[in-house]
Ligand binder design. Sequence first.
Ligand code: NAD
Length: 244
Amino acid sequence: MSDFEGLTALVTGGASGIGRATAELLAGRGARVAVLDLDPSGVDKPLLGYRADVADDTSVREAVAAAVADLGGLDVLVNNAGIGAQGTVEDNDDTEWHRVLDVNVVGMVRVARAALPHLRASAHAAVVNTCSIAATAGLPQRALYSATKGAVYSLTLAMAADHVREGIRVNCVNPGTADTPWVGRLLDAADDPAAERAALEARQPTGRLVGADEVAGAIAYLASPLSGATTGTALAVDGGMQGL
Ligand code: NAD
């Protein structure tokens, strides 16, 4: 099945984890795919890699322009780059709040601003934002991170309303804890990584972490013409965590 034959896609944070799995899935299904990342050095053909920092507007505009020129247009934007933060509101100072909000929220806005003029020219325009169950689950020790993802959820709904009449759909995915290099780094930093992994797995009703490929599958569905009547939704990919 080639859901994306003839379509083009840009995936931010596409050099690792969920973004990489998404870029590879879309390319495997026929899309021409560009990856925008802080470090695209490991991005291999057929993916095209572009270096940019979503916290820097100039680098975003230059990278999106270069990617769209090379792709020959833009149908799908996967707004996925993001960083983590741990702690309660007492643990992160203003500088840290501004830094993480700037990457996780304003970063998606910057990329969307640069991409929207090109998406308007597409007959199958779709934006998928990587949100998180943290947006709605009330996770402990994740105040700042959760606030950024709550903002991504609201941004998704607002963008869906603003752009639906232009033929641009905007949805988000809400992954639970997914087995990516990011989570690997968190586990490596724990006193007892094996016990920490077991605790994370036990938190999931399925008894295992979510696969990056499973999040990619949900993103691909929301990006594809198969979901052509769906906009302004959040698709949970959380192993049942929020439902039980
Ligand atoms: P990851 O660290 O494996 O990959 C993130 C990628 O984003 C990296 O390639 C990194 O270089 C890039 N990146 C980071 N900051 C950037 C910046 N300023 N500009 C450009 N690129 C940047 O992480 P992941 O686990 O794949 O997470 C991807 C997304 O999924 C994030 O938005 C994250 O919040 C979300 N998410 C992850 C999980 C999880 O458990 N892994 C759960 C819910 C949501």
